[in-house]
Design a protein. Structure first.
Lengths: 114, 109
């Protein structure tokens, strides 16, 4: 299995500021995904982080608001920019790994914007 | 894109009874059908999955059945225990998975 860690685990931020979330995987993986889970809701895919190229964003999500870096095959960052209270969510990274490309998830970053 | 529906949204069962959660999807190209369990304060964890060339898979008290023609798959939990209380998500797809809205399962003592 793939072991995924995220930093920070939680944060409380002021509106208008930005927060960068880190995702570290213990193995090299081709694809990494970033999800948002709003309180009491399901997971929504934000973007696919591609190594060596720009991230691919899903409908409703834009690079200016959620810039993503993917400097190597084990690491990615997601920045939540110019935050508002509506950005309060859990942000999760995930990777497909193994022969069957099983999807593994990080523990999540719980963000509260005041 | 994939349209995923999950039923029921909430399910309460007596401890020891069985629980069944159903997921329907729209993309006939989907060939990967996982179920995730999410406990409070944690990320989703894969509990069982099935590929499109198989109709049923079982792992102890948990099973998944797939009807590709009807485009639905179900999670079956037998002999439910208190620790089965959680939110369960289906997430059909392939390279990219789309989550259902989730089912909150309560196991009653």
């Amino acid at each position: 299995s793939a072991v995924i860690s995220q930093k920070p685990s939680r944060d409380i931020c002021q509106r208008g500021t930005s927060l960068t979330i880190q995702c570290q995987v213990d193995s090299q993986v081709t694809m990494m995904f970033w999800y948002r889970q709003q309180p009491g809701q399901s997971l929504t895919l934000i973007a696919t982080a591609n190594q060596g190229s720009e991230a691919t964003y899903e409908s409703g999500f834009v690079i200016d608001k959620f810039p993503i870096s993917r400097p190597n095959l084990t690491f990615s960052t997601l920045t939540v920019s110019n935050m508002s209270p509506e950005d309060s969510s859990i942000y999760l990274c995930s990777v497909p790994y193994g022969v069957a490309d099983t999807q593994y998830f990080g523990p999540g970053t719980r963000l509260t914007v005041l | 894109g994939e349209n995923v529906e999950q039923h029921p949204s909430t399910l309460s069962v007596q401890e020891g009874d069985s629980a069944v959660i159903k997921c329907t999807y729209s993309d006939s190209a989907s060939n990967y059908f996982p179920w995730y369990k999410q406990e409070l304060g944690k990320g989703p964890q894969l509990i069982i999955d099935i590929r499109s060339n198989v109709g049923e898979k079982k792992d102890q008290r948990i099973a998944v059945t797939l009807n590709k023609t009807a485009k639905h798959f179900s999670l079956h939990i037998t002999e439910t225990q208190p620790e089965d209380s959680a939110v369960y998500f289906c997430a059909p797809g392939d390279d990219k998975i789309i989550f259902g809205k989730g089912t909150r399962l309560h196991i009653l003592p």
